[in-house]
Design a protein around this ligand. Structure first.
Ligand code: F0G
Length: 459
């Protein structure tokens, strides 16, 4: 393990955070119904809830905001972003959206009908929910290695091509309006997809005349892993790798709140002219005129600048190095994580760590809550609460993984924050057998994790 990860920036503007007492946090968590989504950020010390929209912008991005053109139609800022999108991703046609799920809504409302299926390696929760809302069926066809904690394959985000071919046969190509790949695979450990797999999925999709799209939020982290790990790419720049990745797809949805290095924004890009007209028309109704979508002109230039900065390899080395640094410290404490470490988060196998808590008492959520109580740290459950379902008989169907994700905001925390988090884990590990599970008191019909209310379940 490297002794330190040097941050390739210095801090110009600071935001104070404060550590509270355990007693204070116990009261706060109870008031929040044991759901850290409902805790105020001022009551958090280290916030690993999400890497989405939480980045620190650079001086160049803050300066660019001042140049935003706020004209209703045809704003200069849109054309600045368009130039970068064309150069980096090779797409002429795109609409800005206020964030990733708005792009998903517009795409799936346009192309998904009842009875359709949408295969992906793994859909993220909002993607899945937007497909279901349009009466489609989300299919997660990631290779089985994604679920194997002992496997250290370099590309555990890869789609299983056999499963994909089988799905096309089963549903028929008319019922599959799009095939997707999430890069990196957020729901499965932030694991990258290899260029080889991207090419293979593209081949299968195009042979069946099915459009192939990326869910592209973490494109730069995926490209960096390809450069690091895949044969034939070490001599290329990250930008060249990104350009090649996107040359195989017909479109993409993107939350720019991740690798766009901004606090809000997204986009939907397509090659097909007819589809572009349809999504533009829908965007006008639900997001905004196509040259601003759901954003202000200034947001568009901040994204354009973010796309340039995120390709910097010293940044990407620091970024992925931070994840590995904390992850290895947790492994040294005997805490099992998804390996190899992914691009934006450490994912902990909560079922292994809290093996005395059964599925129905939510091991990962119990660990999330203990992290808050012990250290004011906010992580997120990606497991039984987020993806748990009931079958028609009312029996629980649990997802394969019950994970705690510690997602790192970009350019926000320093190494001593990571050392602090590791110390909190050390204390928790010593007394982990005393941690108890939770039961559900209230849940919404979809995306229940955001607003769920829980209570301690006892033993
Ligand atoms: N796709 C993936 C892979 C995501 O990780 C997210 C968001 C979205 C789509 C939706 O984008 O939030 O801009 O509407 N992920 C965040 C997270 C919320 O914490 O992982 P959005």
């Amino acid at each position: 393990m490297p002794k330190y990860i040097v941050e390739p920036f210095r801090i110009k503007s600071v935001e104070p955070i404060k550590i509270t007492t355990r007693k204070h946090r116990e009261a706060i968590l109870k008031d929040a119904h044991y759901n850290p989504f409902l805790v105020k950020s001022e009551d958090i010390f280290v916030d690993f809830l999400s890497d989405s929209g939480t980045a620190a912008m650079s001086q160049e991005q803050w300066a660019a905001l001042q140049t935003g053109d706020e004209a209703y139609a045809g704003c200069r800022s849109f054309y600045e972003l368009k130039k970068v999108v064309k150069e980096l991703f090779g797409f002429e046609n795109f609409i800005p959206t206020h964030q990733g799920r708005a792009a998903e809504n517009i795409l799936f409302s346009t192309i998904v009908k009842e009875g359709c299926a949408v295969p992906s390696n793994m859909h993220f929760d909002t993607t899945e929910a937007n497909i279901l809302r349009n009466k489609g069926e989300p299919l997660n066809l990631v290779a089985d290695k994604a679920f194997d904690f002992n496997c250290k394959d370099s590309f555990k985000g890869d789609m299983d091509i056999k499963k994909l071919k089988k799905a096309i046969e089963e549903y028929g190509k008319e019922r599959i309006p799009v095939i997707m790949l999430t890069i990196t695979n957020n729901s499965g450990g932030g694991q990258p997809v290899s260029m080889e797999n991207i090419k293979e999925v593209s081949k299968v999709a195009h042979a069946a005349k099915i459009p192939f799209f990326f869910d592209a939020c973490r494109f730069a982290e995926n490209a960096y892993f390809i450069k690091q790990r895949e044969k034939g790419y070490s001599g290329k720049t990250v930008k060249e790798v990104v350009q090649e990745m996107f040359s195989y797809v017909d479109g993409f949805t993107m939350s720019a709140k991740k690798d766009g290095l901004v606090n809000i924004g997204g986009m939907l890009a397509v090659r097909d002219a007819k589809l572009f007209t349809e999504i533009k028309n829908l965007s006008i109704i639900i997001e905004g005129f196509p040259t601003y979508g759901g954003l202000a002109g200034r947001d568009l230039v901040a994204i354009a600048q973010g796309f340039k900065e995120v390709l910097d390899e010293s940044y990407l080395a620091y970024r992925t190095g931070q994840i590995k640094y904390l992850g290895e410290k947790l492994n040294d404490l005997g805490i099992q994580t998804i390996l190899p470490f992914g691009g934006h988060a450490v994912y902990i196998n909560a079922k292994h760590f809290l093996d005395h808590i059964p599925n129905e008492k939510f091991p990962a959520q119990s660990l999330v809550n203990e992290l808050y109580l012990e250290g004011g740290i906010r992580g997120v459950e990606i497991g039984n609460i987020m993806f748990g379902k009931k079958d028609k008989q009312g029996k629980d169907i649990w997802p394969k993984l019950d994970l705690v994700r510690l997602a790192f905001p970009r350019r926000v925390y320093t190494q001593s924050h990571l050392d602090y988090v590791a110390d909190v884990f050390e204390r928790i590990a010593k007394n982990k057998n005393k941690i108890k599970g939770y039961k559900i008191v209230y849940q919404a019909p979809s995306l229940r994790h955001f607003t769920i209310k829980l209570a301690p379940a006892g033993n």
